[in-house]
Design a protein around this ligand. Structure first.
Ligand SMILES: Cc1cc2nc3c(=O)[nH]c(=O)nc-3n(C[C@H](O)[C@H](O)[C@H](O)COP(=O)(O)OP(=O)(O)OC[C@H]3O[C@@H](n4cnc5c(N)ncnc54)[C@H](O)[C@@H]3O)c2cc1C
Length: 672
């Protein structure tokens, strides 16, 4: 009864707020608010109280218990002890890194009650952070070193010598806990290419796609009946669907793409491939409660964590993998870990496998610290070489992005206030958004993931890039004739510095163009032997001319889309302001090339630094993800991708881990 009264009261507060906001929006901004009436003030206070009451007394969030006392999962040891302590706790499998892939493996392997699994994660719980749970809030995490490894790249030789900010998650769920939640898994041709590179058909799309369906729980939506649910997984742990809020800019972008000559598509993840334009979150990793779906909350459920054969320790950084000789072979027999740079060290022993799931930056880092990598590089740092494996840390590839900053004509629709409330009106809007999200569970602006519509194209598509205007034939770096090499996505506001700067005095619109199949390759190398020191990350952006020319084409088409209706009428193309791009179409290709080199940034998708490939092609792992030349050691995360996919990378990480879990269980069977 009390709850019903509360709900009704809160609804009426929200309704009144909505009316008030509408009035404010319709009026000339700013006047109404200067001196709020007592009624308005009462409404605001009511809304705030409603939110607080809901937060305090609403349905409690499921609490998940993780191990923080490392002495309960490891044996304390002295520094410099190179063999696993004889009385260290023993596990069948030790997983290093509870990220996107690591949580999948922990949950799937421990389904076998005879398999003892230890998962060690350097950070804390992602789910415990509201910035991770609330879809719109993730960029707030980027600069917090406790939750994010905030790497910087080396100065980029081909990008004006600038160092680039490269956030990677440091929490359970890994980057699936901080990513933009867009769920596009890559076109079938990419996985067929993987199978060809490694010479194993189990990676071809027709076989590998069962693992995509295994992780997926697709939630259809009545507004998108064209999406064929039968080609999706419906029983997996990772809920994907249309549960994010999108602004009116989403459909405007898709219409403008179609008017610019890009076909429309309904489902970027259907087996037929993903060329075309659609609501980007044709699915997102956001559930029906409008919360992010990370690998932590999808896989490490309270039921999974209650398994006696699974231990999940947080604030546990692995400092190295330890090896023993068996005949002529080096065998990984355990790990050394600690909670802090000067903290006590612990050992744990593995009977079967140590699986490195540290991500594309840290997996090669951990291997090198442990003596697996290019011998000369390890010797330079005085690290005893366990196995000379030149491919470790090589082949780094990332999707380079160029953002276009556009100005709305007047005020069309904007969410600037969410990140940067500047007036009482903005504060009212924020309160309204909080009510929608926290009290009524209707989503609202906090349920946005920002990247709301997307288009995938090929730079050799003659209908988009007619040879008369684009005569130069560029290298085809795609995996198949129906795989794209450029992606666009849009945000209802433009931003700089990874979302830290939102053009506070303007209502803006962002079009982002990125290269899906770059040919430039970089490295992850050691900076120091200190496991807590960041490695040297050098994506070597734009080292090849192909990459630059394709991005120049991408900018041209992006501008054409912005000049196509309905965007054309809603954007202020008369603006000559320097910080906006309305005059960019007048620039020569050489001038655009300079802009590409000036602006290029990461779209946070590094892969392939422990590549699954034959040894002679710089491979680090075989098709079962076993590290070449040693025993008992595997890698499983984005670092093993044989080539970067023309999509977003989290989906393939889930699927690769699902596949490995199946294979390990089949390989060891009843041996546990
Ligand atoms: C800001 C951002 C936005 C993105 N947006 C999208 C998107 O919209 N859609 C999409 O599909 N992909 C997106 N991605 C990419 C995608 O999320 C990643 O490719 C994927 O999640 C990587 O998974 P992983 O398993 O390779 O590594 P991670 O998920 O990064 O996991 C690595 C884990 O290992 C831990 N770790 C590292 N070293 C150690 C150690 N020594 N000891 C213990 N633990 C350790 C880390 O703390 C981390 O938790 C985005 C990424 C970022 C950063």
């Amino acid at each position: 009864m009390a709850a019903a009264v509360f709900e009704r009261g809160a609804h009426s507060v929200s309704g009144t707020l909505e009316t008030l906001l509408k009035k404010v929006d319709d009026s000339d901004l700013g006047h109404l608010i200067g001196d709020l009436t007592p009624t308005s003030r009462a409404l605001i206070s009511g809304a705030v109280i409603a939110i607080l009451v809901k937060l305090c007394f609403g349905k409690p969030k499921e609490r998940r218990k993780y191990i923080t006392d490392l002495s309960t999962v490891g044996k304390p040891v002295e520094r410099g002890q190179n063999l696993v302590s004889a009385d260290a706790p023993v596990y069948d499998v030790i997983i290093i890194g509870g990220g996107t892939a690591g949580c999948v493996l922990a949950a799937r392997l421990s389904e076998d009650p005879t398999m003892n699994v230890l998962l060690l994660e350097s950070g804390g719980s992602g789910r415990a952070r509201s910035e991770s749970r609330i879809p719109a809030a993730f960029t707030k995490l980027y600069r917090l070193p406790e939750h994010v490894h905030n790497f910087w790249t080396e100065a980029q030789e081909f990008a004006k010598g600038k160092k680039k900010f490269w956030p990677r998650a440091r929490m359970l769920g890994g980057c699936s806990s901080i990513n933009a939640q867009m769920a596009q898994y890559g076109p079938p041709g990419d996985f067929d290419e993987w199978a060809t590179i490694i010479g194993d058909e189990s990676w071809a799309y027709k076989n590998f796609s069962k693992y995509i369906r295994k992780f997926e729980k697709f939630i259809p939506h009545r507004d998108y009946p064209e999406v064929d649910a039968s080609v999706h997984g419906t029983t997996g742990p990772v809920q994907v669907g249309f549960n994010t809020t999108v602004s009116g800019w989403c459909s405007r972008f898709i219409k403008a793409c179609i008017n610019a000559g890009i076909p429309s598509t309904h489902d970027f993840n259907a087996p037929k491939g993903l060329i075309g334009a659609a609501r980007a979150n044709a699915v997102t990793y956001v559930n029906t409660d409008h919360e992010r779906v990370s690998s932590e909350n999808a896989y490490l459920t309270p039921q999974v964590l209650a398994r006696p054969n699974l231990k999940v320790a947080i604030k546990a950084t692995v400092t190295r993998i330890l090896f023993e000789e068996s005949g002529n072979t080096k065998v990984a027999t355990g790990v050394e870990f600690t909670s802090a740079p000067d903290g006590p060290l612990f050992h744990a022993r593995s009977k079967k496998d140590v699986i490195v799931c540290g991500g594309a930056v840290q997996s090669p880092h951990i291997l090198m610290l442990s003596g697996i990598g290019p011998a000369a590089h390890l010797q330079f740092f005085g690290i005893p070489v366990i196995h000379d494996l030149p491919g470790v840390g090589q082949n780094l590839v990332d999707h380079p992005i160029v953002d276009l900053y556009l100005l709305q004509k007047g005020y069309i629709e904007s969410f600037r206030h969410l990140g940067n409330p500047k007036s009482v009106i903005d504060i009212l809007k924020v309160i309204h958004a909080l009510l929608q999200y926290h009290v009524f569970n209707t989503g609202g602006p906090l349920a946005m993931n920002h990247g709301e519509a997307a288009a995938f194209v090929r730079t050799d598509d003659p209908s988009l890039f007619p040879p008369s205007e684009f005569p130069e034939k560029l290298l085809d770096s795609t995996s198949a004739s129906d795989s794209p090499d450029l992606e666009y996505f849009t945000t209802p506001g433009a931003y700089l510095e990874h979302g830290a700067f939102l053009f506070p005095n303007y209502h803006t619109y962002g079009v982002h163009v990125y290269l899906l199949r770059p040919t430039s390759r970089g490295t992850v190398l050691l900076n120091s032997v200190d496991p807590f020191a960041h490695p040297k990350v050098d994506p070597n952006y734009l080292a090849t001319r192909e990459d630059v020319l394709k991005l120049v084409r991408g900018i041209r088409l992006g501008l054409k889309i912005s000049h196509s209706e309905p965007l054309n009428s809603l954007l202020d193309h008369s603006s000559t302001a320097d910080q906006f791009d309305h005059q960019l179409h007048l620039k020569t290709d050489a001038e655009l090339e300079e802009i590409v080199r000036e602006r290029v940034e990461t779209v946070y998708h590094p892969t392939s630094t422990c590549r699954m490939a034959p040894l002679y092609q710089g491979g680090v792992v075989d098709s079962n993800l076993k590290v070449y030349g040693v025993k008992g050691l595997r890698v499983c995360d984005a670092s093993v991708f044989p080539s970067i996919i023309s999509g977003h990378t989290a989906g393939a990480c889930f699927a690769v881990a699902e596949k490995l879990a199946d294979e390990i269980r089949a390989e060891y069977g009843s041996q546990f």
